[in-house]
Design a protein around this ligand. Structure first.
Ligand code: LMR
Length: 396
């Protein structure tokens, strides 16, 4: 049976790391997948995470199953991180959270839930978006369309066109929004723009679905929830997929969440009962370790303060590296204006390099970036930024 199966295309992001590992070039640099590196090129385990793990190891008495949706403490901690612990959504219990394997797991569980209950709904994705978004929704059998997001000529949000696009979304469709650190562009709406987006989606009766994978990497943990909070108006429904891969450095623990917000507690409970059915038919129930680390840190004042400091340090290093990158390009004689990169947020710089230039970086210099020109700034270090900028200068 399997002999007739053709080879699948490599993944647009993870496929590059596979190719990178096989590349014999001794000076190769991997700036494709969104993984943070410190200035020495390591992806460190947070000190707060290590301490939480030590506590967990000492206290653990059983490896019995978690419930289908994971622990209540985890769900409560995730909601408090999203909305703030005093938010009306928490008091009225109109949100319910399931612990999922990473943010991607949260997206896929939501996709299965949407397909089961709203099979005709289309999911609207920003143009451009994370290349795995359409894969996830289409794999669940949902149709995807795009709304304008980015002006490739000016490297800015194409806000009027974005609103125009959202005004055309039919009632009952789903609009996928990047809560912060838009992937791949690094360009987020301002507070006033979030308000306008919230107004249009409310008018249209479309369901907002936030992908929140970089909380804390743009401006700060609570600041980065500005879009979520603007849309979380009384009675408004939404979905949120959270990832703790980046802001806790827990990539390989696969820890994320799906939060459903309903008009009040009764539909939230019913929706979660259906989400649990989707989970049971998929991976049954989540793994313990990563979620327990997150819960331990968020609920312990001293670990939490340490973690917040580590997130701040990570954000500051990335922002500093953005400036260094722009300055080094200039110093290497690149005439094109890349100053916009310093104003983007999150891990990625959407460089505007063409697919041909990206290919040359890989083939001739062993430098791996995503085909759409996305460069992982969080993978740059003082020792590789010069080599990178030299190569960019050459391919330009
Ligand atoms: C990325 O965009 O590089 C990250 O979200 C990692 C991934 O799974 O693609």
């Amino acid at each position: 049976m399997f002999e007739s199966i053709p080879m699948a295309k490599p993944d647009a992001i993870l496929g590059l790391t596979e190719a990178f590992k096989k590349d014999p070039n001794p000076s190769k640099i991997n700036l494709s997948v969104g993984v943070y590196k410190d200035n020495t090129g390591n992806t460190p385990i947070f000190a707060s995470v290590k301490k939480a793990e030590e506590r967990l190891l000492a206290a653990e008495k059983s490896k019995s199953y978690l419930s289908i949706e994971g622990s209540k403490e985890y769900g409560d901690a995730v909601q408090a991180l999203l909305f703030g612990k005093d938010h009306e959504i928490l008091a009225s219990k109109r949100a319910a959270t399931a612990h999922t394997p990473g943010g991607t797991g949260g997206l896929r569980v939501a996709a299965d839930f949407l397909k089961a209950h709203f099979p005709g709904a289309t999911v609207w994705l920003s143009d451009p978006t994370w290349p795995n978004h359409p894969n996830v929704f289409q794999a669940a059998g949902l149709a995807c369309k795009t709304y304008p997001y980015f002006d490739f000529a000016t490297n800015t949000l194409t806000f009027d066109k974005l609103l125009e696009g959202l005004r055309a979304v039919p009632k009952g469709d789903v609009v996928l929004l990047h809560a912060c650190c838009h992937n791949p562009t690094g360009v987020d709406p301002t507070a006033a723009q979030w308000k306008a987006i919230a107004d249009v989606l409310a008018e249209r009766g479309a369901l907002p679905f936030f992908d929140f994978a970089y909380q804390g990497l743009a401006k700060g943990l609570s600041e980065d929830a500005a879009g979520v909070l603007e849309l979380a108006r009384p009675g408004v429904e939404m979905l949120i997929a959270s990832s703790f891969s980046k802001n806790f450095g827990l990539y390989n623990e696969r820890v994320g969440a799906l939060t459903v917000v309903a008009g009040n507690s009764d539909p939230a409970e019913k929706a979660m009962s259906q989400i649990k059915s989707c989970i049971r038919a998929n991976y049954s129930n989540p793994s313990f370790h990563g979620g327990a680390i997150v819960t331990t840190i968020l609920n312990d004042p001293s670990l939490r303060a340490e973690w917040e400091g580590e997130v701040t340090a990570m954000r500051n290093r990335i922002n500093g590296m953005r400036k260094t990158f722009v300055e080094t390009l200039k110093a290497k004689g690149v005439g094109r204006d890349f100053s916009f990169i310093a104003g983007q947020t999150g891990m990625f710089s959407f460089s505007g390099l063409s697919p041909e230039q990206v290919e040359r970086l890989k083939k001739e210099y062993g430098i791996y970036i995503v085909g759409n020109g996305r460069i992982n700034v969080a993978g740059m270090t003082d020792s590789n930024v010069g080599v990178l900028c030299d190569a960019i200068a050459k391919v330009l």
